[in-house]
Design a protein around this ligand. Structure first.
Ligand code: SF4
Ligand code: SF4
Ligand code: FES
Length: 301
């Protein structure tokens, strides 16, 4: 996991879109861009995970480099000249976003994804209308999609892989970046690549310990609290009516910070801040899902 660079790192100067910035040695190009006030879109990157370089939406042009480079993982070197908004960069990001939007349901992704689609002029519809079911070989005029029914096989969270962009974040969180449970991995090749439990067994039969750390890092809503899923199904999910209250998990002495998302006086999901020094955004099953007791108002119950 990338927990940031050492405070003792020596400074390195690079140029971002004509502006010289100084960042500590070991910083990434993305961090240098941030220092220059340039925000880079990312999908597979998250502060509390090791970069896996799979989405390529964060690419920038680096003078002297033949290929575009992923800014989320490429480390700065003194004298680098970086361009973040060239026609080549824009075309590459547009293509990445178009291909994802043509094959994946991005409607539950964060609002920034829709903003990037508009900003880069993405036209996913030019690949054809979306095939109604997962297929790599769609009919004429249709775009291949990963459309499939959601997997609702436990009481805590739902896996809707029609929303999955295969960013690997859940695999990282379940594995070496947080949980070390390795309940999920990428199976298959090419368009058939997908997130799977061992032998594709239902989640209750897998190694999953229901920490929900995969849910916490998923950028598209492919992994979703069952409580959120049910409210969305009922047309009642409304973030505008929700409050977020930070508190400390009551279950043990570790002291994880919880963010309770509350709608209509009920806890509807729990997150944890990524920059928290104890938990780095990751929780266990109790902190993540053990909130029902709060809502048990029956004194005799
Ligand atoms: S809930 Fe935890 S153990 Fe289960 S798949 Fe997700 S990250 Fe792995
Ligand atoms: S389920 Fe979510 S976190 Fe996992 S690969 Fe798909 S989009 Fe990424
Ligand atoms: S965010 Fe850099 S490759 Fe995905």
């Amino acid at each position: 996991m990338n927990r940031g660079v050492s405070v003792a790192a020596r400074p390195v100067t690079v140029t971002v879109d004509g502006q010289a910035v100084e960042v500590p040695e070991g910083s990434t190009v993305r961090e240098a861009c941030a220092k220059a006030g340039v925000e880079i879109p990312t999908l597979c990157f998250l502060e509390n995970l090791t970069p896996v370089n799979v989405c390529r939406v964060c690419v920038v042009e680096l003078e002297g480099s033949r290929a575009l480079v992923p800014s989320c993982s490429r480390k700065v070197e003194g004298g680098m000249v970086i361009h973040t908004d060239t026609p080549r960069v824009r075309t590459s990001r547009k293509m990445v976003l178009e291909l994802l939007a043509s094959s994946v349901d991005l409607s539950a992704a964060g609002p920034e994804v829709a903003e990037w689609l508009a900003a880069y002029g993405a036209e996913p519809e030019r690949y054809g209308r979306r095939a109604p079911a997962r297929t790599a070989r769609p009919d004429l005029g249709e775009a291949a999609t990963v459309a499939q029914p959601p997997k609702v096989d436990n009481a805590l969270y739902v896996r809707d892989y029609s929303r999955c962009i295969l960013c690997y974040k859940c695999v990282e969180a379940c594995g070496e970046d947080a949980q070390f449970t390795f309940a999920i991995a990428v199976a298959g090749r090419g368009f058939d690549a997908h997130i799977s439990t061992e032998f594709d067994v239902p989640l209750p039969d897998s190694a999953c310990v229901y920490c929900g750390n995969c849910v916490g890092v998923c950028p598209t809503g492919a992994l979703m609290f069952k409580s959120e899923f049910d409210l969305r199904q009922a047309g009642a999910w409304d973030p505008a009516r929700q409050t977020v209250t930070p508190t400390i998990c009551p279950y043990c002495g570790v002291g994880c910070t919880l963010e309770l998302h509350v709608q209509d006086n009920r806890i509807v999901k729990v997150t944890s801040p990524l920059d928290h020094t104890v938990s780095h955004g990751h929780l266990c099953v109790k902190g993540r899902f053990g909130f029902e007791f709060v809502q048990d108002r029956d004194p005799g119950g």
